[in-house]
Ligand binder design. Sequence first.
Ligand code: ARG
Length: 397
Amino acid sequence: MALWGGRFSESAKKNVQDFTESISYDRRLYRHDIQGSKAHAAMLGAAGIIPKESAKAICAKLDEIEQMIDRGDFSFSAELEDIHMHIETKLIEMLGDEGARVHTARSRNDQIALDIRLYLRDAIDLVSSHIRELQKSLIRQADANKRTIMPGFTHMQHAQPVVLAHHLLAYVEMLERDLGRLSDARKRINVLPLGSGALAGTTLPIDREFVRKQLNFPAMSRNSMDAVADRDFSCELLSALSIFCMHISRLSEDLILWMSQEFGFMVFSDAFCTGSSLMPQKKNPDIAELSRGKTGRVYGDLVALLTLCKGLPLTYNRDLQEDKEPLFDALDTVEGILSVYPQMIESMKVFPERMKKAASEPGLMATDLAEALVRKGVPFRHAHHKVGELVRYAQDH
Ligand code: ARG
């Protein structure tokens, strides 16, 4: 019988367990679940809600459970639904009555909200450090190409000459804004929801300030109903990741074009390309293509979560269990991209002569010529017109 089985006369059937379980994907929260439970148990002990010795024993056993899971020495089953139930069941198995005190003044509703927040706080720090690595790779390439002249484009037409560094550093700016969005989302993730109970708090004299300090949250939620229903912070993170992927996709598009035979501006080293099973000559920019492709998947994750939340009345509804897969999928996808992209950028071999040749068509200097006339006192609109006429004359003759 499940831990909540008191009012039930029969256990859930196997197919019902399989349908309702989340352990197959929320097991990755185990470290954060244990981190939260330890802080909660310590608080219960300090506040005199459970005996101090029980709190101590609970924390010690939770450490052991964490090591068991680390070692792969822990069995998971759909019968125990989710990560919370697995750990609590194990604790009770190891400690008996003392373990049965850990869920005092807590619901899985505030527990899962806490776990996700703890998990995302770490995940954001990791993604952000990897985005910094990508910025560094782009800056290194820019540094090596401060004098590599190439055509700048608008409408995919030659516009004005630029240097490759200028183009690459544009992406460094985009990534800087992505980092800003992530750190902004982190502020609203970094709020303690525990203490909200199922939705209405608890009659027991808990000490939320103790838990807040213990878990290093700068703030705590103020409305328990909001705290168990809220997934805005996940939506915000997925929005930030979607915009990040949009940037990666645009960069990929540039690089794929540049590596085409038509442009011939650069190639990635062999280690970052793949071949064709049929055409022996092929060398394809698959990492860039896949990154562009995976962007759609991350957008899908964002839309899945927004759609999941849009029709939910307050407060917790089981629908919310479906928040995790899109969240994890987006994080995994972004981490996957970032695990190869910086090295791929470093592996770029640029062909400055090709770039320069493409930029050397005189039309690209038309704006400079108009501005030279402006310096001689000609009103810009007249200068523009004159140079336009000159371009047409040159084309006709
Ligand atoms: N596995 C659940 C989830 O991820 C935990 C909360 C379950 N709460 C409940 N009342 N059934 O949302």
